[in-house]
Write a protein that binds this ligand. Sequence first.
Ligand SMILES: *Cc1c(COP(=O)(O)O)cnc(C)c1O
Length: 242
Amino acid sequence: MTEKCSDPRLASVEENYKRIAERVAQAAVRAGRQPQDVTLLAATKTVAPEYINHAIRCGLRFIGENRVQELLEKYDRIDFEAGVSAHMIGRLQTNKVKYIVDKVDCVQSVDSVKLAAEISRLSEKIGRRMPVLVEVNIGEEPNKGGVLPGMLEDFLEEIASLPGIQIDGLMAIPPICAEKTELCNYFSRMRQYFIDIGAKKIDNVSMNCLSMGMSSDYEDAILCGSTMVRVGSALFGQRIYP
Ligand SMILES: *Cc1c(COP(=O)(O)O)cnc(C)c1O
């Protein structure tokens, strides 16, 4: 009767969500962990709030936006009341931190001291400590964000003392790989950094979250140790850029 029921994209979001959530849980178990040890975050760039909200009705609790402007435009129309957290997963300019510091529960794309310091400063100002992940440029690709693996430890030590952030883990977007074994190498190296850094017990550095894996490879990522997958197109369909 209603238009909503006849929108095929809503139905497919629901189907996709259920299937992906199930696969995430199964991959966690195959990796020797509990289903609840792996978090499904929806990468929502270009997706209209009605579809995001439908995924939330299906059980989604984490969304990730890439652009500040887009997050702000959609923010008031997203049903956060269900206990939904928004993460920043895209490149973030230091001068835009002020717009999101009260809106997101994690910045996954921290890759410069300047950015970390600004998140810290503005978070402190509003009386919070912002969880952040350090993005690692695991493929050492020139045009990608992220800290180079060789710089990671020094970087962590440098930002660990900032009072308004809490370093919660690592994030990576590996290069596009023709071979699955090559991709799994990147994932496994990320997991090793995650474990090694966690073992160092640096003050204010906890390795709780290893964010890696997207639509085409989230099960592989989980098998290689991911604790959070960021899935976009497999959930919402192919992105239509305006
Ligand atoms: C778009 C995006 C994703 C999801 O990509 P899909 O291949 O559509 O699943 C994950 N992480 C980041 C940082 C993204 O920008």
